[in-house]
Design a protein around this ligand. Structure first.
Ligand code: PLP
Length: 454
């Protein structure tokens, strides 16, 4: 498949073989959150955003596997490294008990591993003096360890924001405020206060700004005489610089400055959850780079292929066994992919590409003359359109899919669009054309304008 000429082609979706795979998978899989019957066939052609499913349909993937495959399919930079290396067993070791070398020298190993990943990652966070990382297996674990190191420093209270999503382990779950179904009935970490996430454009109408003693909800809560939260008990404030699950809402600049001012005054730690917005997705290495707010901890995962909690060395407990994980820093393939991804971002100037392609896509979406699209938002290639109803959003996702474009939902009625970071002008045009055409699909035009909010 040639990336420059590849075309989307759908015969029937889901096809017969996809139905078979899905049915068999669900014989023993816990019922979960599968979005639609897309079965990628790894033995068939795939390149960039194009992939082939089990029925031979060629699809354009604007989900990047929920930002977990930031360079799309079969990126030569990643494949080159993996193909030149003979697999060994085990490829996954108990990486926080033992070390591993990928051959060659530590400066130039045959296969870069966890040691190199730590190096590249902390290079990418050095502008915040975050020079140390704890590697784990997932985003949720990256968040768990972030809050643990903040709790270890001081206090047992935390602040999260409306619409937040930080993962599904019980600690991370306690910080979620996006969908009720995630937390309902589960025990939670105590002491978490939720405040409005200000994504207001122009004047603040979300309730973040107040007439109270501090002028905003955080400063009011921590006010020395009139606030309900003793400031020295607040361990952390955690935020996504651009919310993911919560609907691709972008943090307002003033809101970020308010958090920075409160941090300066009260000394709590700021955790920037970059699990979805990090690694170049927004056109900067980290989503927080767009804001006047310096994080004390960055969490990364998804596109990094391993979980990572990055902070200054001083914030990590020294005592052996205080933080640990069998597979943390032990996944050799994932570490190599993580290193190659960071290197590709630098070598191919992908931040510039994300900004340029992001502008192209945003302009096209903004010019869309559709009565159903109520908002276009996001930064770089972390983009979304909001529909006038949840039902219409669902219908649009399906209409895109049957035309060969993979998209995802988020928020209540938002459709997210995540092309690979190295997307070309042609690929953005192609995806946009399918989306525009899908908006005229009868399933979309006939969907209700109301719809439930879950
Ligand atoms: C912002 C954010 N934080 C945390 C997580 C949890 O990551 P994981 O699913 O790898 O545990 C996600 C996953 O979607 C996320 O988007």
């Amino acid at each position: 498949m040639d990336r420059d000429t590849a075309e989307v082609r759908v015969d029937s979706f889901p096809g017969e073989r996809a139905r078979e795979w899905v049915e068999r998978h669900h014989e023993h899989a816990a019922p979960s959150t599968y979005v639609y019957d897309f079965v990628w066939d790894i033995t068939e052609d795939a390149v960039g955003p194009f992939c082939t499913d089990v029925d031979g349909n060629v699809l354009l993937d604007f989900t990047a596997h929920v930002a977990s495959a930031p360079l799309g399919y079969n990126n030569p930079k990643i494949l080159e490294k993996l193909e030149s290396f003979d697999l060994v067993d085990p490829m996954k070791i108990a990486g926080q008990d033992f070390y591993v070398s990928g051959g060659g020298s530590v400066e130039d190993p045959d296969l870069p591993g966890p040691t190199q990943l730590l190096d590249r990652l902390t290079d990418a966070t050095s502008h915040y003096a975050l020079d140390t990382a704890f590697l784990s297996n997932s985003g949720a674990e990256a968040v768990e360890n972030a809050i643990k190191i903040c709790y270890a420093e001081r206090g047992h209270r935390g602040v999260t924001f409306d619409g937040a999503f930080h993962g599904r382990t019980l600690g991370a779950l306690s910080l979620n405020r996006s969908k009720a179904v995630q937390r309902r009935g589960f025990p939670e970490v105590p002491g978490v206060l939720s405040l409005p996430y200000c994504a207001c454009e122009g004047e603040c109408t979300c309730g973040w700004k107040t007439d109270g003693p501090g002028g905003n909800r955080l400063a009011d809560a921590l006010h020395p005489t009139r606030g309900p939260v003793p400031a020295d008990e607040l361990a952390f404030v955690i935020l996504e610089p651009q919310q993911g699950e919560g609907g691709y809402r972008v943090a307002n600049d003033e809101f970020a400055r308010d958090i920075a001012a409160a941090k300066e005054e009260h000394g709590f730690k700021v955790i920037s959850d970059e699990i979805q917005s990090g690694l170049g997705r927004t056109g900067e290495m980290w989503g927080i780079d767009h804001l006047d707010l310096d994080p004390d901890v960055i969490t990364s995962a998804k596109g990094l292929r391993v979980g990572a909690t990055v902070a200054n060395e001083d914030l990590f407990p020294e005592e052996t066994g205080r933080l640990s994980s069998t597979w943390g820093a032990g996944d050799l393939l994932a570490s190599a992919q993580g290193v190659a991804t960071i290197e590709a971002i630098h070598e191919h100037d992908l931040l510039a590409n994300v900004r340029e392609r992001g502008r192209q896509f945003t302009d096209l979406l903004t010019d869309l003359d559709s009565e159903y699209v109520t908002d276009v938002r996001g930064r770089g290639l972390m983009l979304a359109i909001e529909l006038d109803s949840k039902e219409r959003r669902g219908a649009l996702m399906k209409a895109c899919l049957t035309r060969g474009l993979l998209t995802l939902g988020c928020g209540h009625k938002t459709l997210r669009l995540l092309p690979p970071l190295d997307a070309t002008e042609r690929e953005i045009d192609l995806g946009f054309a399918i989306l525009a055409d899908a908006l005229d699909d009868p399933r979309v035009t006939q969907a209700g304008a109301g719809g439930d909010v879950v």
